[in-house]
Design a protein around this ligand. Sequence first.
Ligand code: ADP
Ligand code: MG
Length: 266
Amino acid sequence: MPRTSDHPDSATPSQAAPVVELRQLRKSFGDLEVLKGIDLAVRPGEHVVLFGPSGSGKSTVLRSINLLEPPTSGSLRFDGVEYGPGIPGEPQAAERGRPIDLRRNIGMVFQQFNLFPHLTALENVALPLRSVRGCKRPQAEHQAAEALRRVGLLERAAHYPRQLSGGQQQRVAIARALALDPQVMLFDEPTSALDPELVGGVLATMRELAETGMTMLIVTHELGFAREIGDLNVFMEDGQVVETGDREIYAGPTNPRTSAFLSAVL
Ligand code: ADP
Ligand code: MG
């Protein structure tokens, strides 16, 4: 996929084969086309930020990547395997991957953290290890504790969601995704539901995760954070990628639509 600027840090694997690659991805709901041919590549270890106005299709992009919304047409490759219906006029892929194999390699964190209120932090993180991965309880709890340690909440393992702040609950949700050892983590406005004083803790956890080399695709309105973390920054509007760039995009966008959006929000 074309890049409008070189990667700022030559040590990062910007030339490696993409782990997620969308080409000409389209999605319609009835007569409404909400993704109008998205091209996007996420390479191993890269931190990609998607930003743009409400309704531009950012969540639909994330939901398409793990097939929560099956694309109408286009190519969706994960780790080189085709999961999309294909690009009109191009030869069909010989084989299509199974959604279950795609999803097991993708962790997703939403605005609403959706923890079970009657389970402790540890049990919330251990549950998918048992139900999705088939781990036995001791193994699941061991891995869940390790994931809680990574988000700095091991000492809260026995707390119930109501005993945790919203920011801590979101970090438990991050641990729940991390515990499944995904290749890529998708974040859809992970701090939008939080009181302002709780945003920083969640962003700090995400920053630490980024520093471990986790591949991340993040939808966020926290553009200060985006500027700090985004190796590739993608501005979307009206179901299309308008502009992509490195961190300079926030200070000096080249497209007037990106400029208009940034000057309205910054
Ligand atoms: P964003 O995350 O950028 O705010 P979305 O991806 O949520 O945008 O939505 C893009 C467009 O798709 C919006 O017009 C929204 O109303 C529409 N849309 C999203 N999901 C559905 C759905 N399940 N059915 C119909 N329209 C939808
Ligand atoms: Mg959204």
